[in-house]
Write a protein that binds this ligand. Structure first.
Ligand code: PLP
Length: 402
């Protein structure tokens, strides 16, 4: 078997098994709510759709507020959802060298027109939601926790997504547990949960053609989400995009202008439920692997590895690293990015720097978000990355940082 090309994923998703594909009548949201010990969860067709529903519901409660404050470094889909909800984006710079929104910048961004702010749990790390809640409360804004990358993460023992007014997870390909595209809404507030359910009933049609497409895509994911298959599904398109000089396409940051809204069918729910039984064990294994590797990387001078903040237990789809400067980061990527080892970048740009989003993202002076985009990289934490290969990656980083 040696010598066949292999490609490791940039983030660790739970691999599907053939037996997961058997049909059933499982209620995926109920199973995950039991597992995560949350109030009832609401299944949506994507994380973005979950955010869109949340924005619709909150806007109905505060119709005179129409601005949504988001970190200037986050998933472009967040900007697309805000636009699709008919609301305006206001970017908040990060605090220096961190993915959290800067509290001072957040206080300036939250005004009488502000509907919601979105603290974001990036790369499985738990964000500082309490500060966002305190700042938002002063202006009367809601808090939506973007936990798209953090299904299973906990803060003081409870699932993330419950400290704000609303939270959402993503079940997209490569994000922990996947049904190819899916999302989950959660809230500790029963009346908001009811409004969200109502909005789902009213606004989300069935659209069997979309469900058929997603079902086929899920079969493709089940077949190809392994080192041999990822060569075709991920590695080759990545290298093609890089040869074109298009890193935005290479990491999958280029999204369509609107996202579909439809209901998730029974079969995809069953697949997710079958796989979900393995999720706690999988997350625990990733945690053990990550902890040893965080220690290893931490010994390299000049490299900062994002770890759990006190009282939090994040998930570990990847290790998020910050290097001393862009030159050093790019030197590492030049050696590793296209080598099939799962080394990548989270999002390529701060939101104002995506050309294709120029009509939806206001210009903003966000130097810390730009520096974060320039200095960070990720190492996929999939179980397929063995210790010897990890150590090779670490030694490339060590040479570049020294
Ligand atoms: C992926 C992602 C989303 C959107 O989730 P989808 O399920 O892909 O629609 C939102 N926010 C962040 C931070 C993400 O990484």
């Amino acid at each position: 078997m040696r010598g066949l090309p292999r490609e490791l994923p940039p983030t660790a998703g739970l691999p599907l098994r053939l037996a997961d594909l058997r049909p059933g009548r499982a209620n995926l949201a109920a199973i995950l709510a039991g597992q995560l010990q949350t109030p009832p969860l609401q299944l949506t067709c994507s994380g973005t759709a979950a955010l869109l529903l949340a924005l619709r519901v909150l806007h109905a409660r505060q119709p005179r507020r129409s601005v949504v404050v988001v970190p200037a470094y986050t998933c472009p889909l967040v900007a697309i959802a805000v636009h699709q909800a008919g609301l305006q984006l206001r970017l908040c710079d990060l605090r220096p060298g961190h993915f959290d929104m800067d509290p001072q910048a957040l206080a300036t961004a939250c005004r009488e027109d502000t509907l919601a702010v979105l603290p974001t749990h990036l790369a499985g790390r738990v964000a500082d939601v309490d500060t966002a809640v305190a700042v938002a409360a002063r202006s009367g804004a809601f808090v939506i926790e973007d936990a798209a990358q953090a299904l299973g993460a906990r803060s003081d023992g409870a699932s993330v997504g419950l400290r704000g007014d609303v939270g959402f997870f993503s079940l997209a390909a490569g994000k922990g547990l996947s049904i190819f595209e899916g999302g989950l809404l959660l809230s500790r507030d029963a009346s908001l949960r009811e409004s969200l359910r109502d909005a789902g009933e009213r606004l989300v049609p069935r659209r069997p053609a979309w469900e058929a497409r997603r079902s086929a895509e899920l079969l493709g994911l089940a077949a190809l989400y392994r080192p041999r298959g990822l060569v075709f599904a991920y590695g080759r398109p990545l290298r093609r995009a890089m040869r074109r000089g298009d890193p935005v396409d290479a990491v999958g940051d280029a999204f369509p202008a609107t996202l579909p809204l439809h209901r998730v069918g029974r079969w995809r729910q069953a697949v997710g439920a079958n796989a979900a039984a393995r999720l706690p064990g999988f997350l625990a294994m990733l945690r053990r692997q990550a902890q040893a590797r965080v220690e290893w990387l931490r010994a390299i001078a000049g490299v900062e590895v994002f770890d759990d903040a006190p009282g939090t237990q994040g998930t570990w789809p990847c290790l998020l690293l910050q290097l001393p400067d862009e030159r050093c980061r790019d030197q590492v990527l030049a050696q590793l990015w296209t080598r099939g080892l799962g080394v990548s970048r989270l999002f390529i740009h701060a939101l104002p720097d995506y050309a294709y989003l120029a009509d939806r993202v206001p210009p903003a002076y966000v130097p810390n978000a730009r520096a974060f985009a320039q200095r960070t990289l990720t190492i996929g934490n999939s179980p397929w990355l063995d210790d010897a290969t990890f150590e090779r990656i670490a030694s490339v980083i060590e040479r570049a940082a020294s």
